[in-house]
Design a binder for this molecule. Structure first.
Ligand SMILES: [Zn+2]
Length: 169
């Protein structure tokens, strides 16, 4: 029996049970903070002239808004990097599994694959696909959602899908 890579197994568990939840919490926290800032500056505060070395209330709120907006973008960037890394790792694993030397007699067990990999090369994938769909492939190498979207796309455009039904290697 194939044992999953330990680091990835643990990271995957943490990603699902901890980080996914905390990211939502962090984004909600930022949204709340920003909505509170929307209420400022309140009446009277604009007239609150400070010493020149200090920030006015308006400036402090502008700074806070900037920091929160930056933090939101950074969170989204980190998330995108994680997803991109997963995708690249998966793609490279698939490349490696197809590597065969002429005299190699052992064919590796084919992996079930992910939907994002199965979308590649399909007609109009940029329109209906999602390169970050990490659901397990079941139909024609894709998840059921993207299989349906692809089918609908081809029906709308009158595209012959018969070529796509060739067995995936
Ligand atoms: Zn999918």
């Amino acid at each position: 029996m194939t044992r999953p890579n330990r680091d990835l197994d643990q990271a995957g568990h943490t990603l699902q049970s901890v980080i996914a939840l905390n990211l939502t919490n962090a984004l909600e926290h930022i949204a709340r903070e920003l909505s509170v800032l929307d209420g400022f500056p309140e009446r009277g505060e604009q007239a609150n002239v400070q010493a020149t070395s200090e920030l006015t209330s308006v400036e402090r709120h502008a700074d806070a808004r900037y920091a929160l907006t930056e933090a939101r973008e950074t969170l989204r960037d980190h998330k995108a990097q994680v997803l991109q890394s997963i995708r690249e790792l998966n793609e490279y694993i698939n490349v490696v599994m197809r590597m065969r030397q002429p005299r190699n007699v052992t064919k590796p067990k084919s992996n079930d694959g992910l939907c994002c990999a199965g979308q590649q090369g399909k007609e109009g994938a940029v329109e209906w696909g999602d390169p970050m769909c990490f659901r397990m492939a079941d139909k024609v190498g894709m998840c059921s959602l993207h299989y349906q979207r692809w089918r609908k796309h081809c029906e709308t455009k009158g595209i012959d899908r018969s070529r796509d039904f060739q067995p995936l290697r």
